[in-house]
Write a protein that binds this ligand. Structure first.
Ligand code: GAL
Length: 398
């Protein structure tokens, strides 16, 4: 009898373990997701035409080839079931999803764990399974799930409920948690979703904050300051998300380049947030830099770490496949800075990934990710000038 009981409880435990393991869809977002999201430029002013035009440009401008696959429209209305605004989406959301899919892109939507979205549209609270079935019937590929109007909710429970609902609905959907890092999702969400926001919203400023009176958006470097302790939580299928890109939204080209570079060093999701229909050549070239993207999308999926922070210059390292490294010197100050980096005197090791830059055994070749120039090898000290609010980003090739 006791043995039988033991067996039963073992079977039960195994079942629990299996269920726990099987909660989110496995195998999705093995590298950080890349795409475009309407929010940073358009907020709720979106419609079918904008989404279709953006999808077209993602294909024609080479964005799709660069890896941007998720196109996200954040609009929603409710009539029992969710329905989109008929003026903005006259043919319904399924038609938009079909159009985006016909371009070889993936399609994402946005909603909120609370009773209302941040823009006041109906949230999902209480409708999780119903909404998940609808999303699955649209064939969507990505869901960003916000945290407004969530008073009294427990974040882990609320996001777990939606994760389960998506799972039960049966269509593999990348689940992007957006509770602004308030409840340390990195500690509990790796089995709930594929990515989680680590901070409040980004704004189009390089440093400090952008003050809107009753709330503020964070500048690029302010967000960067909050990422370094989170390295160990990121990896294939579970990413720290420092928020969408502000490239092309009003910062200088060098600031945009620095912003993009650091996001790549962080293995961050790369969600463009600019108007692709009115993009300068510089913006396009930053967003499609293959060498930078290769560092972000590296198969090892190891988030970069800050090695040094001196005289307003930060030095970041990121281990890459085959023993290569990404290196990024970021000049946060208002003036150009000379940097000197004598590889032989530096001991770059990373406990989290158990890797080291081993210049005594390997003579790495230095490739400048932005100018595409060869910069010698690690045999000699590196000397360079980094302009204000800009970067020197290298790939060390083994
Ligand atoms: C915020 C979120 C932003 C954006 C916005 C939409 O909570 O952090 O990324 O999605 O809501 O209202």
């Amino acid at each position: 009898m006791i043995n039988a009981m033991k067996k039963i409880s073992l079977a039960f435990l195994l079942l629990c373990a299996l269920q726990l393991h099987a909660q989110k869809f496995e195998g999705l977002a093995q590298t950080p997701p890349m795409g475009w999201n309407s929010w940073n430029t358009f907020q709720t002013n979106i419609n079918e035409e904008l989404v279709k035009q953006t999808a077209d440009i993602m294909v024609s401008s080479g964005m799709k080839d660069a890896g941007y696959l998720y196109l996200m429209a954040m609009e929603r209305d409710s009539n029992g079931n969710l329905v989109p605004d008929p003026k903005k989406f006259p043919n319904g959301m399924k038609a938009v999803a079909n159009y985006v899919h016909s371009k070889g892109l993936k399609f994402g939507l946005y909603n909120c764990a609370g009773t209302k979205t941040c823009a006041g549209y109906p949230g999902t609270r209480g409708y999780e399974y119903q909404d998940a079935r609808l999303y699955a019937s649209f064939g969507i590929d990505y869901l960003k799930f916000d945290w407004c109007s969530s008073e009294g909710l427990n974040a882990k429970e609320a996001y777990t409920t939606m994760s389960k609902a998506l799972r039960v609905a049966g269509k593999p959907i990348v689940f992007s948690l957006c509770e602004w890092g308030s409840n340390k999702p990195w500690e509990w969400a790796s089995n709930v979703g594929q990515l989680w926001r680590t901070t409040g919203d980004i704004g189009n400023v390089f440093d400090g904050i952008k003050d809107y009176g009753n709330w503020h958006a964070n500048g690029v470097m302010t967000i960067v300051d909050m990422q370094d302790t989170l390295q160990k939580y990121a990896g294939p299928g579970h990413w720290n998300d420092p928020d969408m890109l502000e490239v092309g939204n009003g910062m200088s080209n060098s600031e945009d380049r620095a912003h993009f570079s650091i996001w790549c060093m962080l293995a961050a999701p790369l969600m463009m947030g600019n108007d692709l229909r009115r993009m300068s050549k510089e913006t396009h070239d930053i967003l499609t830099n293959k060498d930078a993207i290769a560092i972000d999308q590296d198969v090892l999926g190891i988030q970069g770490f800050k090695y040094a922070d001196k005289d307003s210059v930060q030095t970041w390292f990121k281990p890459l496949k085959n023993g290569d490294w990404g290196v990024c010197f970021v000049n946060r100050s208002m003036k150009a800075q000379q940097i000197q980096f004598n590889w032989k005197n530096e001991l770059v090791t990373n406990k989290v990934s158990n890797t080291s830059v081993n210049v005594s055994a390997v003579n790495y070749k230095l490739h400048d990710v932005w100018t595409k120039k060869d910069m010698g090898t690690t045999a000699l000290p590196l000397t360079a000038t980094v302009p204000s609010h800009d970067v020197l980003m290298l790939r060390l090739n083994k």
